[in-house]
Each structure stands twice: as structure tokens, then as C-alpha cells.
Design a protein. Structure first.
Length: 431
């Protein structure tokens, strides 16, 4: 149980109690601050797993199918989540794509509702896309087809193809923080023209995906940057805060207290004032609000990415099943094959309940364990960033529900250890 101290506009201070295991928000006397609506929902218990106790099996009728064409990319972004796995990806060609489609009926049952094409950079595999997309669209006309691109290879031909086959496209770009990530594709007038076409002609089926980093901590300024520099109607969505994946990206991933505060203030301001819409972030905030309003127990939560679900699957064109689309099958993250889906073992990752520091974190219901396969210092640094990001979401929701400003927070919980870090009692004061 955690104690949240709040202050009304008239200066009156009071406390509420928050239980992160049950999502209950109560007064010190035990009364509900918000009456949860639990009349229409039931909550199963998510499967726990570790490398020693893996989840076994994937569904032959996946709802979400992620097809990794390879890990080649024409960029080298400083905090790429795939960078340390590039050597583990298969080398594929158009013949592999043809064989993949010919073999599909031998293991796939039903129709996925979502099919994602992944690289590396997907548009590096343009010949494969031109073959795979018409085949997939013909086979699964109702499925959502999508890919995420760095945008550097966009041109009129590709825009027309995207329109013809109704592909949902997201472009990864960090706006004012792009320079630390890598090259800026908007320096190319062909790319800029293509993106503006997609904004106008594809509306909400084209978005910018941004990551909050040290160089772009203010979500509102990032959204405004795209409106000013690219197009006023552009839709900007936030993937979350930057994570550490074994790469040398300290300038982008290592926040100080001041930069954390800028990020947290901007998240709260965005939700409260809604003067600038930040997609993705808005969904995370409203999802946490629904968690409290529905009294969702922590035991219900799988991983935020969904890759622990048996109906969510990442595969390559050889039929190898992987931990996720950001890894490769030539190594520890190759966890099975589509022809033996009942034997697939998720033995490369940890459910949040198997990480003691997650179980004791007040922001568990928001973070849900972050990246499930990270460990060591990568995990510690990723946790630190997600902790502050989730803290901002937590405070934004509590303030909206209670109608007062969070000014203090008390509770004993653990944090993952790096060097000599240990269990601590935390008292947090919002500025």
C-alpha cells in the first residue's frame, strides 16, 4: 500500500492510499475514492515464466503475426533495440518470401487480424514487400497490414503502393532529438514530400512514432516540432521512453533529475490540458485510468509488448519463431519453428512477477515489466527510465480522478540493483 499526498486549489492537503496489486484507491479510513466498476469484467491470471519455467507453445491461429524479413538497415541509430541482434538474423531473399507464402497453409489456421512486416528497415526489403503484400492482402483481405520505417527510402512509388494496398505505416523519428539517434531523413526533399503526401492522403493510417530521450524529453515540444517542420495535421505517437539494449547510447538514455522533471511535467501537462495531442501516450494514460476504474488486479497483466501471449508471434521467412521481432533466430532468441508450434518455448525472458523489484513497484500497472528479455545493467537502466515515465502517468491519472495535485508520495519498495543500490524508502515530492 502506498500513500499519495495531494493538495487542493485552496491549499488543503489530504491523503489517499493506493494498492498497486488490486488497483484500489482508498481514503485512510478505507472508503473507495473511486467506486470501481467491476460488474462486467472478469480477470484471468496471466502466465508467469522464466527461462527455467518457459511458456510452451504458440497458437496456429495467431491474432497478431509479425513477419521479420531480416535485420538489415541502412541506418545505425544510437539506441536501436535491434543493434545487438543483427548478427542473429537470417539472410533472406525473394525466394524465401515465395517459399514462405507457399508453406503458409501447412501451419497457419484462420486469419490473423494484424500482420506486421519488420526489418531492420522494411523498405530495404522492397522487392520482398512488393511480393508479400499483394499475396497477404489477397489471402487475408480483412487483416491490418503494417510496417514501421525510418522513412529514408520513401518516395512516390512507395506511397502509391502503400495507398493501393491500404498499409498502415509509422515512421520512427524523434523530432528535435533526432540528431542523437542518427541521420535525419527529412534532410532529403523526396522524403519530406512523401511524408507530407502520407499525412494528407492517409490521415490516421500514417503516424510518426517518437521515443522520449534526453534530447527530446518534452512531449509537447516534440509534437509541436513536427507540426511546424513537417505538417500541421501530422499525427505523432509516442512509443514510450528510451530503453537500453546493450548499445552505447548514454547521451540519449541517461537522464539527470532535471531532464526527468521536464519529461514528467510535459506528460502531465499534455494529459491535463490536451492542447497538443500525443498519441500513444494518451492511450497509456487512459488505459491506467481504466485500470483503476475497473479495479484490475496485477495478476491479470502479461507483458506490455504482448509477446508472452500465445496468439502473438514473431517469425522469420524460414519459419523460425523468435522471442520478438527485434531479435534473430540464429542464437538464443530462436525459440522454435512454425511446424512444431506446440514445442515453441519462451525460455529467453522473464514475466514481471518473476522480477522481485517489479512486484514491489508502485507503477507496475503502467510499466508491466518493460522489456521482458533484458537483464543486467541494461535492465536496471531501462527500469530507471520507465520508472520515471510511469510515475508521470500515475500522477496525471490520480490528479484527474481526485481533483487535486500530487505533492508527496510515501511507500517502501524495491528498485533493481546496479553497483551498490539496495532497497530504499522513497519520499517523492512533485515540483
Amino acid at each position: 500500500m502506498f500513500t499519495v499526498e495531494l493538495e487542493r486549489d485552496n491549499g488543503e492537503r489530504f491523503e489517499v492510499l493506493y494498492n498497486h496489486k488490486t488497483s484500489e484507491l482508498k481514503t485512510p479510513e478505507g472508503d473507495d475514492v473511486v467506486m470501481p466498476d467491476d460488474t462486467y469484467r472478469t480477470f484471468d491470471t496471466a502466465k508467469s515464466f522464466t527461462p527455467e519455467k518457459p511458456i510452451v507453445g504458440k497458437s496456429r491461429s495467431p491474432a497478431r503475426l509479425k513477419i521479420q524479413m531480416g535485420l538489415k538497415c541502412n541506418y545505425s541509430c544510437s539506441y536501436c533495440s535491434q543493434a545487438t541482434h543483427i548478427g542473429e538474423g537470417i539472410l533472406s531473399n525473394i525466394d524465401d518470401a515465395v517459399d514462405f507464402m507457399a508453406d503458409l497453409d501447412s501451419w497457419l489456421e484462420g486469419a490473423p487480424s494484424s500482420i506486421e512486416l519488420w526489418g531492420g528497415e522494411p523498405l530495404v526489403y522492397w522487392k520482398m514487400i512488393k511480393y508479400l503484400v499483394p499475396e497477404l492482402r489477397s489471402r487475408f483481405p480483412e487483416a491490418k497490414l503494417s510496417f514501421i520505417t525510418n522513412g529514408s527510402l520513401l518516395n512516390d512509388e512507395k506511397v502509391e503502393f502503400i495507398k493501393d494496398y491500404d498499409i498502415i505505416v509509422a515512421m520512427s523519428h524523434d523530432g528535435p532529438g533526432q540528431h542523437v539517434r542518427g541521420d535525419d531523413p527529412f534532410d532529403d526533399p523526396v522524403v519530406m514530400k512523401s511524408v507530407r503526401r502520407l499525412v494528407v492522403e492517409r490521415r490516421t493510417k500514417f503516424t510518426i512514432n517518437s521515443v522520449i530521450s534526453v534530447q527530446s524529453p518534452d512531449v509537447n515540444k516534440t509534437v509541436q516540432w513536427f507540426a511546424d517542420q513537417v505538417h500541421p495535421d501530422i499525427v505523432v505517437s509516442f512509443e514510450g521512453i528510451v530503453e537500453t539494449h546493450g548499445n552505447d547510447a548514454g547521451d540519449a538514455t541517461t537522464f539527470d533529475a532535471e531532464t526527468y522533471q521536464i519529461m514528467m511535467d510535459s506528460v502531465k501537462h499534455n494529459f491535463h490540458d490536451r492542447d497538443i495531442v500525443a498519441g500513444g501516450l494518451n492511450r497509456q494514460v487512459t488505459n491506467f485510468m481504466d485500470t483503476i476504474l475497473s479495479a484490475v488486479p496485477a495478476t491479470y497483466n502479461g507483458q506490455k509488448c504482448g509477446m508472452d501471449r500465445q496468439d502473438v508471434m514473431a517469425i522469420d521467412l524460414k519459419g523460425n519463431v523468435m522471442t520478438c521481432q527485434n531479435t534473430g533466430a540464429v542464437g538464443e532468441h530462436g525459440i522454435g519453428n512454425v511446424h512444431e508450434l506446440e514445442k515453441v518455448k519462451l525460455d529467453t525472458a522473464w514475466h514481471w512477477s518473476e522480477r522481485p523489484d517489479c512486484d514491489g513497484c508502485p507503477y507496475l500497472q503502467i510499466c508491466k515489466g518493460a522489456c521482458m528479455f533484458l537483464s543486467g545493467d541494461d535492465w536496471v537502466e531501462t527500469c530507471e527510465n520507465n520508472y520515471h515515465y510511469s510515475k508521470a502517468i500515475f500522477e496525471a491519472v490520480i490528479e484527474r480522478l481526485v481533483g487535486a495535485t500530487v505533492v508527496g508520495f510515501r511507500g517502501h519498495h524495491t528498485r533493481p540493483k546496479k553497483r551498490e543500490q539496495a532497497k530504499i524508502d522513497i519520499v517523492e515530492l512533485s515540483q
